[in-house]
Design a protein around this ligand. Structure first.
Ligand SMILES: Nc1ncnc2c1ncn2[C@@H]1O[C@H](COP(=O)(O)OP(=O)(O)OP(=O)(O)O)[C@@H](O)[C@H]1O
Length: 310
C-alpha cells in the first residue's frame, strides 16, 4: 500500500484538473474542479443529470476550453495528448458519418491513430466484424455504441474515456463490453467512464467520483462512498394494523416506506433506531439491517447536498 501511494504521488497524473471552471451563460457546469487520475485506475464518474460530467469530459478531451483553471493530460495539453495518440474516447452523442460503412469509418480512425491496431483486430474486439459492410446510418442504437467503442480503441492509447458507453446496449452486449474494457484496464490503461448505471460503477470501477453541480462531492472506492453516505437500511414486517406515526418519528431516520405489513427505513444510526423500535412495544418480524448499495448511497449523498443548498 505504501508503495502504491509513493507511485501515485511521484508519477505525472494521467489527468490533472486544477481549479477548473466552465460556465454556459449563467449555468456553472464545472465549478472549481480539482482532481488527479493515476496510471492504471478504472474510474467511474457519477452524478445526477446536469451535474457536469459531459462538460468535464469535453474539457479533458480539449473539445471545450475552461474559463479558468488548467487541464493537463499526461502533463501536456489535452490536444497534445490526443495528437500523440495517448487518448481514446467514446462520446455520448458523437455523430457518426452517415454515408460510410462501419469498416470505412473504423479504418479512418485506425489511419489517424499513431499506434493503430490492425482493422480486423479492432472490429473483432468491438464485436462488429459481422456488420462491417453495413452503412453507419442503418445501425441500431446498441450497434452504433459498439462502433463508437471501436473508434475509441482503434489504437494503443494509455487513457480511454467513455461517456455513458453502454446506453442502448442489451444485457449481453453490456457484459461483453465490460469484459473487453477490463482486459484494456488489465493491460495497464487508465479508464474513465461516466455512467448512470450505478451497478456498473460498483462492479467495474476501483475509484468512484461523484459530481454534483460541477463540484466533486465524493471521491473514493465504492465501499468508501457507501460508508460516506453514513446510513443503513432496516426492513421488517409488523402484524395487524400498523400505527404509522410513531414509526415515522423513530430517531435517525432519513427515509420511511410503509407498504402493506412491510416497513423499509433508512437510518443514520440503525442500532439506535432498532432499539427505539423495540421501545414502541411492537414485535418486528424478518428484521434485516444492511448497508446501502452504491445507488442508495449516491441518492443519499446527492439528496443531502441538495437539501444543504436550499
Ligand atoms: N452547450 C451548452 N450550452 C448551454 N448549457 C449547457 C451546454 N452544455 C451543457 N450545458 C449545461 O451545463 C450543465 C452541465 O451539463 P452536462 O451535460 O455537462 O451534465 P451531465 O452531468 O453530463 O448531464 P447528463 O447526465 O444529463 O448527461 C447542465 O445544466 C446543462 O444544461
Amino acid at each position: 500500500m505504501v508503495l502504491m501511494t509513493t507511485t501515485a504521488t511521484t508519477t505525472t497524473p494521467v489527468v490533472g484538473f486544477d481549479q477548473v471552471s466552465k460556465t454556459y451563460g449563467d449555468v456553472r457546469a464545472v465549478d472549481g474542479l480539482t482532481l488527479a487520475l493515476h496510471p492504471g485506475e478504472t474510474v467511474a464518474l457519477l452524478g445526477p443529470n446536469g451535474a457536469g460530467k459531459s462538460t468535464a469530459l469535453d474539457l479533458l478531451l480539449g473539445l471545450r476550453q475552461a474559463d479558468s483553471g488548467t487541464v493537463r493530460v499526461f502533463g501536456s495539453s489535452p490536444r497534445e495528448a490526443i495528437v500523440a495518440g495517448r487518448v481514446g474516447a467514446m462520446l455520448q452523442s458523437g455523430g457518426l458519418m452517415d454515408e460510410v460503412t462501419v469498416a470505412e469509418l473504423v479504418r479512418l480512425a485506425c489511419d489517424l491513430h499513431p499506434k493503430a491496431y490492425p482493422l480486423t483486430e479492432v472490429l473483432a474486439r468491438a464485436d462488429i466484424a459481422q456488420i462491417a459492410d453495413r452503412k453507419v446510418n442503418k445501425l441500431s442504437g446498441g450497434q452504433a455504441q459498439r462502433v463508437r467503442f471501436a473508434l475509441a480503441t482503434a489504437g494503443d492509447s494509455d487513457l480511454i474515456v467513455l461517456d455513458e458507453p453502454t446506453t442502448g446496449m442489451d444485457v449481453s452486449a453490456r457484459q461483453s463490453f465490460w469484459a473487453t474494457m477490463r482486459e484494456q484496464a488489465d493491460q495497464g490503461r487508465t479508464v474513465l467512464f461516466a455512467t448512470h448505471y450505478l451497478e456498473e460503477a460498483d462492479a467495474i470501477a476501483d475509484r468512484v467520483l461523484v459530481l454534483h453541480r460541477g463540484r466533486l462531492l465524493a471521491d473514493g472506492t465504492a465501499a468508501e462512498i457507501k460508508a460516506k453516505a453514513g446510513a443503513r437500511k432496516v426492513a421488517f414486517d409488523l402484524d395487524g394494523e400498523i400505527d404509522e406515526a410513531p414509526i415515522r418519528e423513530l430517531p435517525f431516520l432519513t427515509s420511511v416506506d410503509i407498504s402493506g405489513q412491510t416497513i423499509r427505513i433508512q437510518s443514520t444510526d440503525a442500532d439506535a433506531t432498532v432499539h427505539a423500535l423495540y421501545g414502541l412495544g411492537v414485535y418486528p418480524r424478518n428484521l434485516e439491517v444492511a448497508g446501502l448499495g452504491l445507488e442508495q448511497a449516491f441518492v443519499a449523498i446527492t439528496a443531502a447536498e441538495e437539501a444543504k443548498s436550499k
